[in-house]
Ligand binder design. Sequence first.
Ligand SMILES: Nc1ncnc2c1ncn2[C@@H]1O[C@H](COP(=O)(O)OP(=O)(O)OP(=O)(O)O)[C@@H](O)[C@H]1O
Ligand SMILES: [Mg+2]
Length: 223
Amino acid sequence: MELFHLENIKKEYKNGDQSLEVLKGVSFSISEGDFVSIMGRSGAGKSTLLQILGCLDAPSSGKYFFDEMPIHDLNDDQMSEIRNQKIGFVFQSFYLLPYLSVLQNVMMPMEYSYLSLNERRDRALHWLSRFQIDHRKDYLPKQLSGGEKQRVALARSMVNEPKLLLADEPTGNLDLKVRDEVIEVFHALNQKEKTTIIMVTHDQELGAMTPKRIHLRSGLLHD
Ligand SMILES: Nc1ncnc2c1ncn2[C@@H]1O[C@H](COP(=O)(O)OP(=O)(O)OP(=O)(O)O)[C@@H](O)[C@H]1O
Ligand SMILES: [Mg+2]
């Protein structure tokens, strides 16, 4: 079953009278249960594309259907509802809230859920342990290493059990051993929970580990 598709997506950034076309007409579709890496040079538009997929930003033109909803026709409130319910996001910089503990950060996305406080806590701890970072639950983000922050951000992205997980360089700060562990968790999520995963990476070796790849070059897809 198709999860989403893009039709001729363009994205232009305007700075004063200058404009930069970052995506120049991108079209592709993703099925439920796919595990795809998006590859391409720095500045190729990978994060821009991921933000559009994650309903965090709107394209300048083109169509985006997600779960049969025409995202390009929705307003900001409708977009954030879809984002909260169906999409998990791991950003290139993690955006952990500095004044909240690890556990509180991971519980944040469940704020609007119907779950009781105990259920939220248990679920947060479950995902912290899946990414092997539960022993740091009472730390503040500033007390964590880069790789530890990344694992907390991954746990946070999963607590609402999204259909679609979007990860922007999710292993950029990890050593090879931890990188491989994170990829193992992704494979397990993909196989067992049937989570669709789209992962941006520079890392050729990592790209080779996912079943599908999309290459972005100068704002267009290449084979
Ligand atoms: N908000 C913005 N305003 C103006 N230009 C932007 C904005 N965001 C990104 N750009 C530009 O768009 C281009 C693509 O940026 P993007 O972040 O999508 O690249 P990327 O492929 O993710 O690169 P990297 O691998 O370095 O993360 C860059 O040249 C960048 O300068
Ligand atoms: Mg980027």
